[in-house]
Design a protein around this ligand. Structure first.
Ligand code: KIV
Length: 289
């Protein structure tokens, strides 16, 4: 399958001409779960740049512009410092690079927790400035009123329960959740509250498998697992993690390749060519006619 759109000569490689194809919608994806059964699991990956979106788009139902870009792109220690402007810029790039998947953008820490009104103002900014179709926010019962406020005003919301990285300072780390009865009940209760509030999907992150399964069975909307269970209604991973870009990844990551090795190999060959003066060669240089 070609991974590049047909480029019309009037455009740069940053502005490819999209092949005509209809973009999936939130209702189409949401409708995959019927009477508690999802025949076709939802494929979701993170994307932060236009070219990355081009490569992932045809294979994914949802591209998530995750606030994990704080760590992955900006080298920050957590998602806490990520700003609305960062999210808006990367979401716009991902929308430009895709024409098929539903682009969902994370609301960063501090941009939605204060009130439904604050969340509405910042969610509309994200959607208007990027063209994304939905927002994702972390938290359960405490966010239910906000989720209802947004969805009733035209903003599709994906929730996020279990291990919620923006709450790292409260949780005390990134360990799996749902090991105690109290934690397990809270996760299922949070997911139910988001479902009733109108979330179209809920990310279930870092949750012991039986509770991820119970959560999936307890809600009518889709659950998207990451460190959850294959029985969730879909799966998501951070793309750089599954490609093998980083040495240290959470236990729930399956590495599908070793892109770091590929990059290092190519760069070391390039450096050798430059030092030996074998690059550029005749094919890469312009000669007088
Ligand atoms: O920020 C992110 O990338 C996420 C996914 C890991 C679910 O929230």
């Amino acid at each position: 399958m070609s991974t590049t759109f047909q480029i019309d000569t009037a455009t740069s490689r940053a502005n490819p001409t999209p092949a005509p194809l209809r973009r999936l919608t939130v209702p189409t994806i949401r409708a995959r779960k019927r009477d508690g059964v999802t025949a076709e699991p939802v494929v979701m990956l993170t994307a932060y740049t236009a070219r990355q979106a081009q490569l992932l788009d045809a294979h994914c139902d949802v591209l998530l512009v995750g606030d994990s870009l704080g760590q992955v792109i900006y080298g920050l220690p957590s998602t806490i410092p990520v700003t609305l402007a960062m999210m808006a810029n990367h979401a716009a790039a991902v929308v430009r690079g895709s024409y098929h998947a539903v682009v969902t953008v994370d609301m960063p820490f501090g941009s939605y927790e204060q009130s439904p009104q604050q969340a509405f103002e910042n969610a509309t900014y994200l959607l208007k400035s990027s063209g994304a179709a939905a927002v994702k926010l972390e938290g359960g019962t405490a966010m239910a009123e906000t989720v209802s406020f947004l969805t009733q005003r035209g903003i599709p919301v994906m929730g996020h329960v279990g291990l919620t990285p923006q709450a790292v300072n409260v949780l005390g780390g990134y360990m799996a959740r749902g090991r105690s009865d109290a934690e397990a009940q809270k996760i299922v209760g949070d997911a139910k509250a988001l479902d009733e509030a109108g979330a179209f999907a809920i990310v279930v992150e870092g949750v012991v498998e039986p509770i991820a399964i119970e959560t999936t069975q307890a809600v009518s909307c889709l659950t998207i697992g990451i460190g959850g269970s294959a029985q969730c209604d879909g799966q998501v991973l951070v793309t750089e993690d599954m490609l093998g870009m980083f040495e240290r990844v959470p236990r729930f990551v399956k590495r599908y390749d070793n892109i770091a090795e590929v990059i290092e190999g190519a760069v070391s060959r390039y450096a050798e060519d430059v030092r030996n003066r074998t690059f550029p060669g005749p094919e890469q240089t312009y000669q007088p006619k």
